[in-house]
Design a protein around this ligand. Structure first.
Ligand SMILES: Cc1cc2nc3c(=O)[nH]c(=O)nc-3n(C[C@H](O)[C@H](O)[C@H](O)COP(=O)(O)OP(=O)(O)OC[C@H]3O[C@@H](n4cnc5c(N)ncnc54)[C@H](O)[C@@H]3O)c2cc1C
Length: 450
């Protein structure tokens, strides 16, 4: 008889938690998992997947507007939000069922309940009151949107609610200028809503290369998105007709909207988790501090994914969960590498990047060479819209190694995933130059920059 009910108890069935459970069970561990909302977590239920489906839906607007240039006549094209919303919800249900099946197939016991830590080896389920013991506990509770405290905040929504709107809003205000804010700005703008982005500073997408940010700003402004920079609002009032009036503190006229989406950041989800009972103190950003193997200050408790606030992306949470399970239950210690992690913003147009920005490379390396291509994507050739793509390679002058790739333009994320292999592998600019172009494509610009 073993001392504990399970070898591993995972709190949170999102990207990191599901992967860790499945791999640990595959190594022969007795595993249980608790989920307080829906199995699948943020990415599947209210993040990457439903968002990308909305992006696809909204891109039809652009394709339809180009269609006539290519000889197509499309009469009576109309968009219906409830049809899209319900189709997305059905796909979320499908994925939720698929993740649940994966856990079942791998014999992971599931508790659809909130779990809280009661000791180094015990958790309590909130609804049932049941106490469960485990040799190790993995916290994979993710992150949660931050809602600032100001009068009228209760009228705002976050990315959690945006997928369930009853109708397509005519006027949307989006607070924030990170990737989630700009992705939804692009979606609503393309679907026909009037979009205003309000941001405290005048910087969008802080971690991306400045040239990409400026290009995105110029294009999205031309597409009709309004930006109010260095502004926030003091209060929001709901009018008798249901509309919302935002009173900005930048001295400008109030803004009226049907929906106010607050996307100003996400914070590690640790509230009420009981971490103080086991001596785990939170970091400055509210995250659970961990070492390279996900170990917290309490030796039997580990954490992976967004709750550790290292890199808040699904593939990273998955890798961390996998490495944890291999290390603790498979006798295989694997360090997760945080270098050259590719990322994208599914704005319209999208942008994608891997490695160092030009500014970072100049600061860290000093002597760098920069190659750029500023081109008109072929698909836009017939169009009156003058939207240019822009690619940048940042190269270490001493070693010729490509340190970073930065792209904005159609399909940039699809192209960058393959190019990221070259950066991760440490290939040189000469390797890029030696590669024959694939013509005609946008991706060929990557090997034609001189
Ligand atoms: C709108 C949006 C778009 C995004 N787009 C992308 C993208 O394009 N690409 C990308 O890589 N990433 C994207 N992300 C980020 C990505 O979703 C996260 O990085 C990823 O889901 C993190 O996985 P995780 O396992 O750490 O946490 P999560 O997936 O958030 O899972 C945590 C789970 O724990 C549960 N939980 C929390 N507390 C408890 C408790 N006490 N008891 C039981 N269960 C609990 C939660 O309900 C949740 O299901 C997006 C996020 C959002 C919000």
């Amino acid at each position: 008889m073993t001392q504990y009910d399970y070898d591993l108890f995972v709190i949170g069935a999102g990207s990191g938690g599901v992967r860790a459970s499945r791999i640990a069970a595959g190594h022969g561990a007795r595993v249980a998992i608790a989920e307080e909302f829906r199995v699948g977590g943020t990415c599947v239920i209210r993040g990457c997947v439903p968002k990308k489906l909305l992006v696809y839906a909204s891109q039809f607007a652009d394709d339809l507007s180009h269609a006539a240039d290519y000889g197509w006549t499309i009469d009576g094209a109309r968009f219906d939000w409830p049809t899209l919303r319900d189709a997305v919800a059905r796909d979320v249900d499908r994925l939720n069922a698929a993740y649940t099946r994966t856990l079942e197939t791998n014999r992971v016991a599931q508790f659809l309940d909130r779990a809280e830590i009661t000791g180094p080896n015990s958790v309590q389920l909130k609804s049932s009151g049941q106490t469960i013991t485990a040799g190790a506990i993995l916290v994979a509770t993710g992150a949660w949107p931050v809602m600032p405290d100001f009068p009228g905040a209760e009228h705002c929504i976050t990315s959690n609610e945006v997928f369930h709107l009853e109708s397509l809003p005519q006027r949307v205000v989006i607070a924030g200028a990170g990737y989630i804010a700009l992705e939804f700005a692009g979606i609503f703008n393309a679907l026909g809503s009037a979009v205003t982005v309000v941001n405290r500073s005048d910087t969008i997408l802080r971690s991306y290369d400045i040239d990409l940010r400026e290009r995105l700003l110029a294009i999205t402004r031309a597409r009709g998105i309004t930006y109010r920079f260095d502004a926030s609002f003091d209060r929001i009032d709901r009018q008798p007709d249901g509309s919302l009036v935002l009173h900005p503190n930048d001295g400008q006229v109030p803004v009226t909207a049907d929906v106010v989406l607050v996307a100003t950041g996400r914070r590690a989800k640790t509230e009420g988790l009981g971490l103080e009972r086991v001596g785990i103190e939170l970091g400055l950003r509210g995250e659970i501090p961990v070492d390279g193997e996900g170990r917290t200050a309490c030796p039997s408790i580990f954490a992976v994914g967004d709750v550790t606030d290292r890199v808040q992306l699904t593939p990273v949470a998955i890798r961390e969960g996998h490495a944890f399970a291999d290390g603790q239950f498979g006798g295989r210690r694997t360090a997760v590498s945080y270098e050259a992690i590719p990322s994208a913003v599914f704005s319209q147009p999208p942008l994608a990047a891997v490695g160092m920005t030009e500014a970072e490379a100049r600061e860290k390396i000093g002597d760098v060479r920069v190659f750029t291509s500023d081109f008109r994507p072929m698909k836009n050739i017939f169009s009156e819209r003058i939207e240019r793509g822009y690619y940048k390679l940042v190269v270490d002058a001493a070693t010729d190694r490509v340190l970073g790739i930065h792209m904005i333009g159609p399909d940039a994320p699809e192209i960058l995933q393959a190019a990221a292999i070259a950066v991760k592998a440490g290939l040189t600019k000469a390797d890029f130059d030696a590669t024959v172009a694939l013509h005609p494509s946008m991706a060929e610009e990557l090997v034609l920059m001189r």
